[in-house]
Design a protein around this ligand. Structure first.
Ligand SMILES: Cc1cc2nc3c(=O)[nH]c(=O)nc-3n(C[C@H](O)[C@H](O)[C@H](O)COP(=O)(O)OP(=O)(O)OC[C@H]3O[C@@H](n4cnc5c(N)ncnc54)[C@H](O)[C@@H]3O)c2cc1C
Length: 427
């Protein structure tokens, strides 16, 4: 079976987030005619205000052992890093059930290994993009994992070393006591244990998306913004055209990379995906001194990144339905969590309104086992999906696009994509 066997028209990529844009980039690089259709502006979805990490050491599936117990403890506590608001929706309950079933140590280890394998080429691909003139904005300052408790830091490093399994370098021990906060000038002396994972990277995700958009335009890729895909014209197991408000776009193949909204589009092809939004929050603030590294605040599961000359602080995983409602209490919770590690950068939560810029909420597209789907849509020769990247869409954008392009071109699934098949979700 081939992927794009001589059909007329371009390969249409639905969704101009980092995953769709990277896919469009590699498809165009392979010499295919490509069009991108984006319902708003490029990079305006989950790809906009995130923490920008491009990293190996934190690329774990979310359903880790114990995570649901942790989530259940958060019930009714909107200041918890992982916040679950139960919904009277059978699809949500089914999703939670499958999420819980995926949080066994064996499934978690398998998922982690699959992501680590996929991630092997990540930094090489980012280098390739830069060499080809794409403004990736990637820098590799390294990531400091900061903890208030040495025992917690040692536990965390132990788990991370075990997971890395020699695939990439990890420190052998944590720095403790008065030395710990010296790993990054922005850390407060309350940080009593920390370790640096060298080489971990960060991008300005919005600028990266725009850089990809410019590269696509330069390569002659037609980009339709403010154009929503509403469905498909399909017959005989092939998609012949993509339907948008203004009309149809005939296509030789389609790639659905529409983040959270991929579920509905795939439903139109008879294969809805159980996607839930893992809502996260971020904002920017000028700190003095500002962090030089990306920072992970261990006990509170919040993060800080040097992005665009300022500090972006983010965090929380909120399972409260597929919406983009910004809950200010969650912004305050992230800010308060960061104060344990960064010091008292504000006195009163009321001060935040004047101190922070660009408060943002984004829905990470999550499948119940925490892994993306990067596969052909069952029953359709020329329809593909790339979504469900959860916390890792920026890190995994280039490898997703690169591997999926091989699949679309040859019709043969690359081995690295086997764990990200559609049919695993049918079990
Ligand atoms: C607080 C927070 C921090 C994060 N930090 C990181 C991090 O440090 N590193 C990392 O790797 N990941 C991080 N993530 C996750 C990352 O943001 C996502 O995994 C990633 O952005 C998903 O990209 P995407 O292209 O799949 O989706 P999106 O960026 O949401 O793109 C999908 C696009 O499709 C468009 N679309 C939807 N429906 C249609 C339609 N019908 N027709 C046309 N277009 C449509 C949307 O408008 C959107 O632009 C974070 C997320 C959050 C919330």
């Amino acid at each position: 079976m081939t992927g794009v066997p001589g059909g007329a028209g371009p390969v249409v990529v639905v969704g101009g987030g980092v995953v769709g844009l990277c896919t469009a980039y590699y498809l165009a690089e392979a010499g295919l005619e490509v069009e991108v259709v984006e319902r708003r502006a490029l990079g305006s979805g989950a790809s906009r205000g995130n923490a920008g990490w491009v990293c190996l050491s934190h690329s774990t599936p979310v359903p880790a052992p114990g995570v649901l117990r942790y989530a259940l403890r958060s019930l009714g506590r909107p200041d918890s890093p992982l916040y679950l608001r139960p919904l009277p929706d059978p699809a949500f309950v089914r999703w939670l059930w499958r999420f819980w079933r995926s949080s066994t140590p064996a499934v978690f280890r398998r998922g982690y290994a699959a992501i680590a394998e996929l991630n092997r080429d990540t930094f090489d691909l980012f280098d390739g993009l830069r060499e080809a003139g794409v403004a990736t904005t990637l820098t590799r300052p390294g990531m400091v994992h900061a903890f208030l408790s040495p025992a917690e830091a040692r536990h965390h490093l132990g788990v991370q070393r075990q997971m890395a399994d020699g695939r990439y370098p990890m420190p052998t021990d944590v720095v403790t006591g008065d030395e710990a906060h010296l790993l990054d000038g922005a850390l407060s002396s309350r940080v009593r244990a920390a370790y640096l994972v060298e080489g971990e990277g960060v991008v300005d995700p919005e600028a990266f998306a725009h850089g990809l958009g410019e590269a696509l335009a330069a390569a002659g890729v037609k980009v339709h913004e403010n154009a929503e895909v509403t469905g498909f014209r399909a017959a005989g197991g092939r998609v012949a055209a993509v339907r948008t408000g203004p009309g149809e776009i005939p296509c030789s193949a389609v790639v659905i990379a529409a983040g959270m909204r991929s579920a509905g589009l795939l439903g139109a092809l008879g294969h809805p995906l159980p996607l839930q939004a893992g809502k996260g929050y971020s904002f920017s603030v000028n700190l003095d001194p500002a962090p030089r590294h990306t920072l992970y605040f261990g006990e509170r599961r919040a993060v800080a990144s040097p992005i665009g000359g300022t500090t972006r602080i983010g965090g929380t995983m909120e399972l409260s339905g597929n919406n983009n409602r910004l809950d200010w209490r969650r912004i305050v919770a992230v800010a308060l969590a960061s104060r344990h590690y960064l010091g008292r950068w504000f006195d009163d939560p009321d001060d935040l309104v004047g101190l922070i810029r660009d408060p943002w909420v984004g829905g990470r597209p999550f499948l119940p086992d925490g892994l993306p789907v990067i596969d052909r849509v069952p029953g359709h020769d020329n329809a593909f999906a790339a979504t469900g990247h959860g916390m890792l869409g920026i890190t995994l954008g280039p490898v997703t696009g690169h591997q999926l392009t091989r699949y679309v071109r040859t019709g043969r699934r690359p081995e690295a994509l086997a764990p990200f098949r559609f049919d695993r979700l049918a079990r």
